[in-house]
Each structure stands twice: as C-alpha cells, then as structure tokens.
Ligand binder design. Structure first.
Ligand SMILES: [Fe+2]
Ligand SMILES: [Fe+2]
Length: 355
C-alpha cells in the first residue's frame, strides 16, 4: 500500500530508446502504479524539458556502449556540481555488465533490466525516490541552516559595528564630528588596505578596528584635551600616552578584530623614520594596520574643519602626505593612497561632518 501511494505521486520522465519508443515501458510503469509519466524519445528534447520542468525521477534507456544516453548522463553529472540533478534510473538489457558499470559510474542511482519485472521495477523506483527525497530534505536543511547562520552573522556584525561606532565616538571626546571622522577613517583604511593587496578578511577587520585608534584618549584628562593653548611638555607626554593606554584598554583578547584594534591604538602615531611614539618603531616593524591608519587619520584630520583650523583642500592634504612619505608615513602606502583619490573623495562626500 505504501509503495502504491508513493508511486502514484511520483512524476517520471521517460527517455526512451531513440530508435523507437518501446510500449513495454509505458505498460510497465502503468502496472507499477505510476500515472504522471512524460515520455520523450529524443535526448535533446529531454534536456530542453528538464530546463523548465522538475521530475522526481528520470528513467533512461541505455541500449549500447555507444549510446548518447551515456553522454546525457555525463553532462548531467557535470551540471550537478552546481545544483543537484534529478535522479536517473537506467534501463539496460540483461548481462550488459560493462554498460551497467559505466552508467552507475556516471551518476545513475540504480538500474532495471529488460524484460521488466514489475515488482523489482516498483521497488527500485521507490528506493531511488526515497534516497533522493532524503537528499533533498538534507539539502533543504543545509540551506535553511546557512540562511540562519548568515542572518546571525549579519546581526553580529551589525552589533559589533554599532558598539565600535559608539565607543569610537566616546573616544573622540568633545569633538562633535567624531562620529563621521571615525567612519571616514575606517572606510579609508579599508580602501587603502585593499589597494595595498591585503586580503578581504583583514580589510573587513581594519574598517572596524581603525575607528578605535584613539580609544586611549578615554584615559587622558579633559583639561588637557580641551586646553586651547600649547600643551606643556608634561601635558604633551601625558597626551601621548593615549597610544599605549589604548592598547592596554583593549587588552590581550583572542579575537583577531580586538587584537587588530589594540595594534592600531598602539601604533597609529609611530613614524616610518622611527621618530614616532610610543615605541619609536621604524619602517615595516610598524604593523601595517598602524601604518595604514596613520595615513588615513592624518589625511582626514587635515581635510576636516577643527576649532583651531579650517579644512585643508584634498590637494594640499595629499601634498602633505607625499612630502611626509618616508618620514612620517610608509612611502609605498602613500603611493597607493594617491591612486585612490576619487574613491577617497567619495568617502568625504558620503560621510560629511555635521558642524
Ligand atoms: Fe591618536
Ligand atoms: Fe583620529
């Protein structure tokens, strides 16, 4: 009874012997209880039909070793690397052992032999359908799982972005344009990292880590940060501590993103010629994320309005970067930055200051 119901609901495509359709096929399927049968005797027509119609099972007559039905199987096997193919049950003549092996090797799920044994045909069709239904359920489960994982990942990224953004704003104490400054620095850092050939994952991380470059400013007193005149040597030394404090604040965390943020906080004031702080690192001993952020942070600060200065033109800021290449900045990164001025200006336009 179960087999009957199972077979009644199955849709089957029969690719018959191209030399002439075999009435035994139809009779055997009818006897097996399958009513939704579509028959073609031309494999090209079968391919065309399969492009738009989904069948539960394909019954394919393979009548000789030279049969184009074997090519048909091979093509379906190739195509199924991207999307799952419908199951194929081959029909062969008895004792065609080699043919049977070739068909199974090419992806046929099973075979039936002529003359048809109706009970064996029913059972083999049922088995093939069951296996394929189980595979389809597994695929559906995998796809659903992937969608759910993707949704959770997106949620996590959005939450991380929001937290980084809020923390970055707090770090740029007293600066009403801090929100857009840190976003622009992140976007430019991503652009420069990509142009310099860093992998997609590091570019993704640097965009999120660079906005925290001044997280250590949280430890600097407001009196120093808001002082209008020149800082004394002592105050300057305290203010410069923000780099080391930023690294300490972010701490030694296993997350690659937090590690990168700590590295940027520590290294964004190091200079290519070794005269920067806090460690006086030189050249490529300064981690590349620090060298990248240094360029983007200075460029954005120069082209932004501050309480003590008008914004520089892009050209003047670029001239400054070029003049400082090899002194403050990594010369090859400055060269990469200069090739991306259109994209940099797009970032400036897209994330403008509000005051
Ligand atoms: Fe800084
Ligand atoms: Fe900054």
């Amino acid at each position: 009874m179960f087999i009957d119901e199972f077979l009644k609901s199955a849709s089957v495509l029969v690719c018959d012997d191209p030399t002439g359709s075999d009435p035994a096929f139809g009779q055997a399927l009818e006897a097996a209880g399958i009513s939704a049968v579509t028959s073609v005797s031309d494999l090209v027509a079968a391919q065309a039909l399969l492009r738009n119609t989904c069948f539960d099972l394909i019954l394919l007559d393979v009548n000789s070793a030279q049969s184009s039905a074997l090519d048909f199987l091979a093509q379906r096997q190739l195509a199924s690397t991207d999307s799952p193919a419908q199951p194929v049950l081959v029909v062969i003549h008895p004792n065609a052992t080699d043919l049977r092996h070739r068909a199974l090797t090419l992806g046929a799920v099973d075979f039936v032999e002529r003359p048809f044994d109706i009970e064996a045909l029913q059972l083999r069709i049922c088995n093939a359908l069951r296996v394929c239904q189980a595979q389809a359920r597994e695929r559906h489960f995998d796809e659903e799982l992937e969608v759910r994982v993707q949704a959770r990942t997106t949620e996590l990224i959005n939450a991380t972005d929001a937290m980084v953004h809020r923390l970055g704003r707090v770090c740029e104490k007293g600066d009403v344009n801090a929100a857009t400054h840190i976003v622009r620095v992140g976007k430019m850092a991503h652009l420069l990292a990509k142009t310099a050939g860093l992998g997609a994952e590091r570019c993704f991380m640097i965009e999120r880590a660079a906005p925290l470059h001044d997280v250590g400013m949280l430890c600097v007193s407001d009196d120093i940060l808001s002082k209008a005149g020149r800082l004394s040597d002592e105050e300057l030394a305290h203010m410069r501590c923000h780099a080391q404090m930023g690294e300490d604040l972010l701490g030694n965390h296993p997350s690659a993103l937090v590690q990168m943020a700590a590295s940027i906080a520590s290294n964004h004031h190091e200079r290519w010629d070794g005269t920067g702080y806090p460690n006086g690192l030189q050249g490529e001993s300064i981690p590349i994320e620090g060298r990248i952020t240094a360029i983007c942070d200075v460029f954005d600060a120069l082209t932004s309005k501050r309480s003590y200065k008008d914004p520089w033109s892009v050209q003047n800021a670029v001239d400054y970067l070029v003049a400082q290449a090899g002194h403050c900045f990594d010369p090859s990164l400055v060269a990469h930055f200069v090739t991306q001025l259109d994209a940099v200006e797009e970032i400036l336009v897209r994330y403008p200051d509000t005051h």
